[in-house]
Design a protein around this ligand. Structure first.
Ligand SMILES: [Fe+2]
Length: 189
């Protein structure tokens, strides 16, 4: 099974996207190197995001992606193993019914990504899941087995509906943007 795919992006376009996204981090959260937090997720107004990251609009049109569904920024040290719902717009019920419509996210590395690892897991025991809220299901890691992993050092499309987690191997905060789309851009996966 495929869990992720590194995108083959034009170098200049990615460097524009990276610069514009970094500007948001600087303006909204302070200088990346000075951020020391455990966990911040910020959902960004889509229209504002597209205005502030015009290179991202170019990425969308070049890749025939019509509508951004959500853009958010994650400032984290570690992320416990979990399955995402579509961030609030779907429910655990939909997940169980397998009617979750959005499975793919594109994650964009911004800061302190090289010393991190995103891992995928399978469950070893049936009771590994801990339902926490309507946003995601958490899992107990001692009831999981790691089956794949990668380091988010370039823009990567990944399955958000399969069990995944992230670890940072230094004491800094890792910063990424995550985007989802009205329709999963399955043609890029
Ligand atoms: Fe996730």
């Amino acid at each position: 099974m495929k869990f992720y795919k590194k995108l083959d992006l034009d170098h200049d376009l990615w460097s524009d996207i990276h610069r514009q996204m970094t500007q948001i981090i600087i303006e909204d959260y302070g200088i990346p190197g000075e951020i020391d937090v455990d966990r911040v997720y910020g959902c960004i107004n889509n229209d504002l995001f597209l205005e502030r990251v015009p290179a991202f609009k170019i990425f969308m049109s070049e890749n025939r992606i019509e509508k951004l569904w959500i853009a958010c920024v994650a400032l984290t040290k570690n992320v416990r193993a979990h399955v995402d719902f579509s961030r609030g717009c779907s429910s655990y019920q939909e997940f169980q019914n397998k009617s979750l419509d959005r499975r793919l996210a594109i994650n964009w590395p911004i800061y302190n990504v090289a010393q991190s690892e995103t891992a995928y897991y399978e469950t070893l025991e049936n009771d590994a899941a801990v339902i926490r809220d309507n946003l995601l299901i958490n899992f107990e890691e001692n009831k999981l087995r790691k089956i794949d992993s990668f380091t988010l050092t370039e823009p990567t499309m990944l399955r958000a509906d399969l069990i995944h987690g992230m670890k940072v191997f230094n004491d800094k905060t890792r910063i990424i943007f995550s985007t989802r789309f009205q329709q999963d851009p399955i043609h890029l996966f």
